[in-house]
Design a protein around this ligand. Structure first.
Ligand code: PEP
Length: 248
């Protein structure tokens, strides 16, 4: 089975300032970051350039969104070409806040994934069910629907990380149990096996997001199909170092 390097993403959301980025740069530089973890932090686009100049070089900076075309009359949007131009290779797409606060559809997210990949970016593609969908037994149906739309547009799976983020766990302090996370990750890997290939299923990182903290990361990281995390709130705090080092 191909090795899946442990992957920890941060998502700063709409938080931060130059001075708080200086603080994050300090705790990341001072922390003994596990060299076996790939680290990527999602930064507000206006601060990406600054973050790239300040963060240690083993911490990559990602955009939190982008549009589906290279340029044009799309006020306030940013393109993959711009992200690459300032020295970043990563974008988060389909985050639940983009889906549920800003109304991004499965189709739009899939188009964005296709364009970002065609421009050479790596993509953290997010999927996850709402609380009412989980409670009505629709978790698998929802995450498969979201993943299928994305999978149909993926040209190069080596550039994709799937983030399973149950919406009820994001920013709520309610983490999925390691068993709940493992169950969905295993289903997603099976989906990749059946719909893409064995090789892609074995090599694609499927990371978990939703109230991950220093206190719960180690148990989650022990699960066979949990290949890392996407971390919101805790990625702004020194405990992010403990999450990066969850496998130690
Ligand atoms: C996120 O923003 O992707 C996230 C998982 O947030 P939090 O860790 O704060 O729940």
């Amino acid at each position: 089975m191909p090795e899946r390097k442990f992957f920890v993403g941060g998502n700063w959301k709409m938080n931060g300032s130059k001075s708080s980025i200086d603080g994050i740069a300090k705790f990341l530089s001072d922390g003994n970051l596990d060299p076996n973890t790939e680290i990527v932090v999602g930064c507000p686009s206006i601060y990406m350039d600054y973050a790239i100049s300040k963060l240690p070089k083993n911490v990559k900076v990602s955009a939190q969104n982008c549009y589906k075309v290279p340029s044009g009359a799309f006020t306030a949007e940013i393109s993959p070409a711009m992200i690459k131009d300032i020295g970043s290779d990563w974008v988060i797409l389909g985050h639940s806040e983009r889906r549920n606060v800003f109304g991004e559809t499965d189709d739009l997210i899939a188009e964005k994934v296709a364009h970002a990949l065609s421009e050479g970016l790596n993509v953290i593609a997010c999927v996850g069910e709402l609380l009412e969908e989980r409670e009505s037994g629709k978790t698998q149906e929802v995450v498969f629907r979201q993943t299928k739309k994305i999978a149909d547009k993926v040209s190069d799976w080596s550039k994709v990380v799937i983030a399973y983020e149950p919406v009820w766990a994001i920013g709520t302090g309610k983490t999925a149990s390691p068993e709940q996370a493992q169950e969905v990750h295993e289903q997603l890997r099976k989906f990749l096996k059946e719909n893409v290939s064995d090789e892609v299923a074995n090599s694609t990182r499927i990371i978990y997001g939703g109230s991950v903290t220093a206190a719960n990361c180690k148990e989650l990281a022990k699960k066979a199909d949990v290949d890392g995390f996407l971390v919101g709130g805790a990625s702004l705090k020194p405990e992010f170092v403990n999450i990066i080092n969850a496998k130690q």
